[in-house]
Design a protein around this ligand. Structure first.
Ligand code: NDP
Length: 294
């Protein structure tokens, strides 16, 4: 069994990003990312801090807007529009989830699709569906695909089961894997809460991608001998013995499943580090496209 080291692969991706930033800066262009956070959810605040830190580490321009939870939708959209017009910004991300009085879709649709480095704007969803490489692909599924490619796991012709059908992970993951090209050309099944005989469906997978948000839901009987398992789940589970009173676990019962796998990602240290790595890569790609337009 091979442990897929997401931290090491993310470091490799960051090294490529650092070189790309240096090359752009030599031409007088600095890739810029703006992250907007509404409210004071501690997990969201931690994600925003780590994105800001990573921008600095790679030599990128970073702007952070931390707005009070009572911020109106109109004021939030006004900030998004300012960022749309700002030539120093190539990527805009509004941290999810916003407070309940804000319509997340309306905010996403206000982002210039050319700066939508999260890939959630309908135009980018359409481009992924069309297999148009000019769009942006959501960072987590893009990171999973990169893990497979970097680990030498062939997707062409493979039976892949994607467990979960969210717009953030499951659906774009399925589209990426079924599109033509490296890391694609797979035969994809998407399973969800209404799937019958779920374990049997998952057992057909050469590659199983679990993204359901249920701690250790995928057990040994879900996994064919020799399958590759990518665990997207990040779940907090109460653990009085842990220093913080909780521990992080994936959607896969790792200890039980790993011995049956050809390769598997751990949690933490698997998919998680790739998400931020792909966010940086998308922002740099956006910067390059803007530079090519002028
Ligand atoms: P959502 O809650 O949006 O979607 C979960 C999906 O799983 C839904 O399609 C749901 O089905 C399906 N599902 C839920 N329970 C079951 C079940 N018992 N059996 C079968 N299918 C089920 O979650 P996300 O896609 O946003 O996230 C999934 C996981 O990935 C979470 O743990 C999240 O924390 C993690 N995540 C990790 C990231 C990273 O950077 N590593 C980034 C984003 C998410 P239905 O549609 O029928 O309700």
């Amino acid at each position: 069994m091979t442990l897929i080291d997401g931290k090491a692969i993310a470091q490799k991706t960051h090294a490529e990003s650092r070189a790309a930033v240096a090359e752009l800066k030599a031409r007088g262009i600095t890739p810029g990312l703006a992250v907007v956070l509404v409210g004071d959810d501690p997990a969201s605040a931690a994600y925003v801090r780590s994105k800001d830190r990573m921008c600095h580490e790679l030599g990128m321009h970073s702007v952070k807007h931390e707005l009070p939870a009572a911020t109106s939708q109109a004021d939030l959209i006004a900030i998004v529009r300012q960022l749309n017009a700002d030539p120093a910004i190539h990527g805009i991300l509004v941290q999810s989830p916003p407070p309940p009085h804000i319509d997340e879709r309306a905010v996403i649709e206000a982002i210039d699709p050319r700066k939508d480095v999260d890939g959630f704007h309908p135009l980018n969803v359409a481009k992924l569906t069309l297999g148009d490489p000019d769009g942006f692909v959501p960072c987590t599924p893009l990171g999973c695909q990169r893990l497979l490619i970097e680990s030498g796991i062939e997707t062409a012709g493979a039976n892949v089961v994607v467990l979960g059908r969210s717009m953030i992970v499951g659906k774009p993951m399925a589209l990426l894997l079924m599109n033509k090209g490296p890391g694609g050309d797979a035969t994809v099944t998407v399973a969800h809460s209404r799937t019958r005989n779920l374990a049997a469906v998952c057992r057909t997978a050469d590659i199983l991608i679990a993204a359901i948000g249920r701690p250790e839901f995928v057990r040994a009987d879900f996994v064919k001998e020799g399958a590759v398992v990518i665990d997207v789940g990040i779940n907090r589970v109460d653990d009085p013995t842990a220093p913080k009173g909780y521990r992080l676990t994936g959607d896969v019962a790792f200890a039980e499943v790993a011995p049956h796998c050809r390769a598997i990602t751990p949690v933490p240290g698997g998919v998680g580090p790739m998400t931020i790595a792909m966010l940086m890569a998308n922002t740099i790609a956006s910067c390059r496209r803007f530079a090519a337009r002028v």
